[in-house]
Design a protein around this ligand. Structure first.
Ligand SMILES: Nc1ncnc2c1ncn2[C@@H]1O[C@H](COP(=O)(O)OP(=O)(O)OP(=O)(O)O)[C@@H](O)[C@H]1O
Length: 235
C-alpha cells in the first residue's frame, strides 16, 4: 500500500449538505465542514436519524451532495474511478455478500480482485482474527447475524485501503469482538490509514477516535473524543 500523503486531508467536507432530494432543502442534517488528516480517526456521533449514515453515503459516493463539497484523498468523490476503489474500503449497513460463495471464497475473491499478493495467507489470518475459522466453509445464509457482520468487517481488511469508512462497525458484535475490532482500527491508524466511522459505541470512540463530529438538529460540530463519549452517554 503506498504511504498516505500527510499534506492532503483524507476527507475534506466544505459546507457539505447531504439528503435524499434534489436540492439543499432536502438536507437531513446541518452543513458539515471538516478535514480529516491521514492516519486520524473521526467518530461521527449523534442521536438516531441525525444523518450519520447519510453523511457516510456521500463520503463514499453512494449519494451526491445536495450542497457544498466533499473531497476524498484530494479529489472530488467518484466511486467509479480506479484510484477511489483502490483506496476506499467500506463497511456499510446495506453491504451484500456473494450468495453462492463460502466465507473463505468471498474473502479470497475480494483479495484477488484487488490484486493482493499472498491472498490465501491473508484470508486465513483474517478469518482467524474475526473468529470465523470454524465457519470458513459456511455459506453466508448459514451464518449468524454477528458472524455475517464479522465476515463483512474482514472484507474491509482483505483489500488495499487508505481510508476506511465504517457505519456502526460495532453492530451485532459481542464484547470480545468489539475490543478486537478496536485494536485492529488502532493498528490501521498506525499504518497511516484514515478511519471515518459512525458509531454509538462510547468505548470505540474513546479508544480509536482522534476527533469527533457531533451531529444534532442544530449543528454538526467538531469535538473531542471525550466530549463525544459524554454526548453518546447523554443521548
Ligand atoms: N433512503 C432514504 N430516503 C429518504 N430518507 C432517508 C433514507 N435513508 C434515511 N433517510 C432519512 O434521513 C434521515 C437521516 O437518516 P440516517 O440513516 O442518516 O441517520 P443516522 O444518524 O445514521 O441514524 P441511526 O443512528 O439510527 O443509524 C432520517 O430522518 C431518515 O429517516
Amino acid at each position: 500500500m503506498p504511504p498516505a500523503s500527510r499534506a492532503v486531508p483524507a476527507v475534506r467536507a466544505t459546507s457539505l449538505l447531504v439528503g435524499y432530494g434534489e436540492s439543499a432543502d432536502s438536507a437531513v442534517c446541518p452543513p458539515v465542514t471538516i478535514d480529516v488528516a491521514a492516519g486520524r480517526a473521526l467518530a461521527i456521533v449523534g442521536a438516531n436519524g441525525t444523518g450519520k449514515s447519510t453523511l457516510l453515503r456521500a463520503i463514499v459516493g453512494l449519494l451526491a451532495p445536495v450542497g457544498g463539497k466533499i473531497e476524498v484523498l484530494g479529489r472530488e468523490v467518484d466511486e467509479r474511478e480506479a484510484h477511489f476503489r483502490a483506496a476506499v474500503s467500506t463497511v456499510m449497513d446495506e453491504d451484500a455478500s456473494f450468495p453462492s460463495l463460502t466465507v473463505r471464497e468471498h474473502l479470497l475473491l475480494l483479495a484477488r480482485g484487488h490484486g493482493v499478493a499472498q491472498a490465501s495467507a491473508l484470508v486465513t489470518e483474517l478469518i482467524a482474527e474475526f473468529g470465523l475459522t470454524e465457519r470458513a466453509r459456511a455459506m453466508p445464509t448459514a451464518l449468524s447475524s454477528g458472524q455475517r457482520r464479522r465476515m463483512l468487517l474482514a472484507s474491509a481488511f482483505v483489500r488495499p485501503r487508505r481510508l476506511l469508512v465504517l457505519d456502526e462497525p460495532e453492530q451485532r458484535l459481542d464484547a470480545g469482538m468489539r475490543d478486537r475490532l478496536a485494536q485492529r482500527l488502532i493498528a490501521e491508524r498506525a499504518d497511516g490509514v484514515t478511519v471515518v466511522m459512525a458509531t454509538h459505541d462510547p468505548a470505540l470512540v474513546a479508544t480509536v477516535a482522534t476527533e469527533a463530529l457531533l451531529i444534532s438538529e442544530q449543528s454538526a460540530r467538531r469535538t473531542s473524543p471525550k466530549d463525544a463519549v459524554a454526548a453518546i452517554e447523554a443521548l
